[in-house]
Design a protein around this ligand. Structure first.
Ligand code: SF4
Length: 361
């Protein structure tokens, strides 16, 4: 794949790439836009990294979720017909914080991975489907989580190691070394773990680096065929962060990146944007190739972007309906990957299919 070719398309033939992307979306998804109804569980805000745009990270030892509160949250999620438990947390907190090690020890766990694994098993016992994002993971850690998750996630964010340099967004974030993230995504491929990844745009990367990041992901997927969705996440400035005064990416940045992703990836890989970060351009992102809105929660906020409320499902439905699009719920694993999951998880998935709501076939 030639970065120069795609860059020239973006520079010289923007309408052409938009039409290519929209046609490709229509061929596979017609007028259907999918989402997953979830409960968002921030396990801890402690993290070994310090990304310059992050408003999620905190030193607070009290930010760990207690198992009792977690169980209550899952019960509420069940009552609201959520299927996905989106587990998100800072990366390897025990590497940096004695308080994290103390919390884990007190709970009887050797590592954050073991604690999250336990939380996922609790979710499965309640017939809910966990999808976890723990940051960079080893092959062995991924293998452990495979049995308790329907899918796992890790944003590549960017393949550019330049963003690790002094003054750049990832300077204080060892876990954002692209080689570590690529290795995690590849190991997930080797283990046949259905995977969600993507890029974060507007954090100081050039157009060339943005295109290269997508090309790297497309090449990994060509090899392992395990990437079920690509998120194009737009940087959204957060208060009290070093990048709070940075401008967010422009409409063109977002839309053309979406179109590029749609053109680069096979049609069955969903192109996803978070709808709460794109409220004013919902149709535009669809016309540029988006077919999925990711997780939307009727219960919890977007802890990564707490300044951006989720749209209510019925409001999104209404908005899409005015242009003849349909909002349809899906599960946090795509049907073609179910064969890689454990029998227990497949049985729970079957039960979700049997309920009255409609899922993507
Ligand atoms: S963005 Fe993720 S990895 Fe970076 S500091 Fe925040 S929680 Fe940690």
């Amino acid at each position: 794949m030639k970065t120069e070719y795609y860059l020239s398309l973006l520079k010289e033939s923007q309408e052409e790439i938009r039409v290519m992307a929209d046609d490709k979306r229509k061929e596979t998804y017609a007028n259907v836009i999918t989402f997953s109804r979830n409960v968002f569980v921030p396990v801890t805000h402690q993290c070994r990294n310090r990304c310059a745009y992050c408003g999620f990270v905190s030193d607070d030892p009290g930010s760990w979720i207690a198992i009792e509160n977690y169980r209550k949250l899952l019960d509420q999620a069940k009552n609201l017909f959520c299927s996905e438990v989106l587990i998100t947390l800072g990366e390897k907190p025990e590497e940096k914080y004695p308080s994290a090690r103390h919390f884990l020890e007190k709970q009887g766990f050797d590592s954050t991975v073991d604690y999250v694994n336990h939380l996922c098993e609790i979710a499965l016992n309640k017939k809910l489907l966990p999808h976890s994002n723990l940051g960079v993971l080893s092959y062995e850690e991924l293998a452990k989580l495979k049995d308790s998750n329907v899918s796992l996630g890790l944003m590549l964010e960017s393949s550019s190691s330049r963003l690790m340099e002094k003054g750049e967004a990832h300077y204080y974030s060892p876990g954002k070394d692209p080689s570590l993230r690529i290795s995690t995504i590849e190991n997930a491929g080797k283990l046949k773990i259905p995977f969600t990844t993507g890029i974060l745009i507007g954090i100081g990367e050039t157009w060339e680096e943005r295109a290269e990041s997508l090309i790297v992901l497309a090449q990994i997927n060509e090899k392992y065929n395990h990437i079920q969705e690509i998120i194009i996440q737009n940087f959204n400035p957060q208060l009290n962060t070093p990048m709070s005064n940075f401008l967010p990416p422009t409409d063109d940045d977002i839309l053309l990146t979406v179109a590029l992703a749609r053109v680069l990836f096979p049609p069955e890989v969903s192109i996803q944007i978070p709808p709460n970060l794109n409220k004013d351009r919902i149709y535009d992102v669809i016309f540029h190739g988006v077919n999925d809105f990711g997780g939307i929660s009727p219960l919890t906020i977007d802890y990564i972007n707490p300044n951006m409320d989720w749209q209510q499902e019925k409001d999104l439905q209404k908005e899409l309906h005015t242009r003849d699009y349909i909002l349809r719920e899906r599960l946090p694993v795509y049907p073609k990957y179910e064969k890689y999951l454990s029998t227990i998880i497949r049985e729970i998935i079957e039960e979700h299919y049997k309920n009255e709501r409609t899922f993507t076939p």
